[in-house]
Design a protein around this ligand. Sequence first.
Ligand code: DX5
Ligand code: ZN
Length: 219
Amino acid sequence: MIIAPSLLAANFLNLQADCQMLNESEADWFHLDVMDGRFVPNISYGFPVIEQIRKTTKKLCDVHLMIEEPGKYAEAFRKAGADILTVHYEACPHLHRNIQQIKDLGMVAGVAINPHTPVQLLQDILANIDLVLVMSVNPGFGGQKFIPHSLQKIRTLRQRIDDLGLNVKIEVDGGVDPNNARALFEAGAHVLVAGSSVFQSADPKATISALKHIDKEVA
Ligand code: DX5
Ligand code: ZN
């Protein structure tokens, strides 16, 4: 399992301490949520914050864009330090072009889908992308409840990816915790994003390790 803690739930008055904690932990990626107040009803943080976080770590920076017109900013996110750039299917009328741009900039290209968006709509883009981010809550806020139907979407998607022999990772984002992680692994997820379940736990590093080794847990 690849674990990508979401900094949205970190302590913004002391990001350095939380970045250090993640660096010492078994976390694989830093998940960075960017919201524009248009695609989603919330505004988070942008380039200056990402640039600073980037300086603290050698781990991959996984930037989840919940914004309209992501193509306008892809280059700036690359400069700020993004390794993985994920755009929303629902925000991109010219998705194929957006994906091409992200790859041309040397980043890993991801497509995120909202809870109501069928995985089948990815059929004609799947072979062109590196990652699908399945939203298991409605994007915009941390700390929401996991939507169980996401499991079925992951199963269907994983089957399709395997049938086609593609190298596409499935990332799940929203309401992920050590209680549902095993089911997500069994459904076929490769990457778990976790915000509040990590940062609000008594021992964040131990929670990250528990998520990381969920595949080895005896069922
Ligand atoms: C929500 C963001 C998530 C969020 C997850 O729109 O995309 O990455 O931080 O937070 P939790 O894990 O608390 O649901
Ligand atoms: Zn996210």
